[in-house]
Design a protein around this ligand. Sequence first.
Ligand SMILES: Cc1ncc(COP(=O)(O)O)c(C=O)c1O
Length: 356
Amino acid sequence: MLHLFHPFIPKKKILKELSDTLDSKWIGQGPKVDLFEKNFGKKMGYKYPVMVNSGTSALELAYHLLGLNEDDIVVVPVLDAIAGQVGLIRRKCKILFCDIERNTLNIDPDFLERLLKENSVKAVIGVHLGGIHFNQKIYSVCKKYNVPLIVDAAQYLAPTYGDYICYSFQAIKHITTGDGGMLVLGNKKEYDRAKKLRWFGVAREQKEHDARQWNTRAINSDLGEAGYKFQPTDIDACFGLAALPDLEIIIEHRKQLAREYLRGLKKIQIIAKDTYWLLTVLVEKRDKLAQFLINKGVEVNIVHVRNDLFKIFGGKRQKLPNMNWVETRYLCLPLNGKITKSDVRSICKLIRQFYG
Ligand SMILES: Cc1ncc(COP(=O)(O)O)c(C=O)c1O
């Protein structure tokens, strides 16, 4: 079977990092987390990255920092992972689904502008779905209506910008820490606050371990705000430290596969660019093609289902013309480190055969 996803595991390098960590006997959040944050920040050009235990936790922290609460209206793309959106439901926010563009499957800026014009929106969640940066107009629309933009870059491991940026290192992302995430803040104040919030609300660095200070310890590490248990471990960071230097190679391989798909499927619309996390095609007779490919040993999937169909989001197909058009046509084909150009040529051949 040619699989859709495959985790990137540089085993030797991970084992070396892990060996250091296990010998140090410090396996919880410690120096490796600090180092991974530093290396990640350097590579991406960020001053204030905070590592957490998942991309979902990064989003949750962004919601907390923004103060999203009951009845706040939040705009999200209708086609998205559920991860970012369930947290909004838990906060009892009101979700407005935005239609997508047919060429990127990301938020449509004109539709977004209509939503912002007609509603008092507290935040927009812009997703780089499939590893593709959303339309640059999203920034000017959010700016025009003075609405903060949370960028969900879980599927986009490259520099981007927005008021809050959330990355994921979950198992099948470009690089993985098993599970993990990074929240990137825009200023020192929010950075310090996020670092406290990821560990109950305590400033770990300020905790005193000197016995003479015990009587004042409550003050040294006082709780100003109720936080979460979102901190990652040094074991997670070992995976990140081992894989991060290979990021360019990982993306280049995916880019080359995408080029091969473009060469082999000239008549089919292919959606893949920037960091190439997914390779999505828009095709007629999608379900029949999918079954044909699965029968031939090629794993394919739509990966994301439009979220308005889920009961907690209303359970009704909304009037979103582009989503409605795309719904029966999109399909993701294998794109990962284990797939070779020759595999792609075979997949393309099968697809051409299917369409005669
Ligand atoms: C678009 C998107 N947002 C958020 C998440 C949540 O990330 P995580 O699984 O690391 O919590 C994911 C991944 O699963 C995702 O694909």
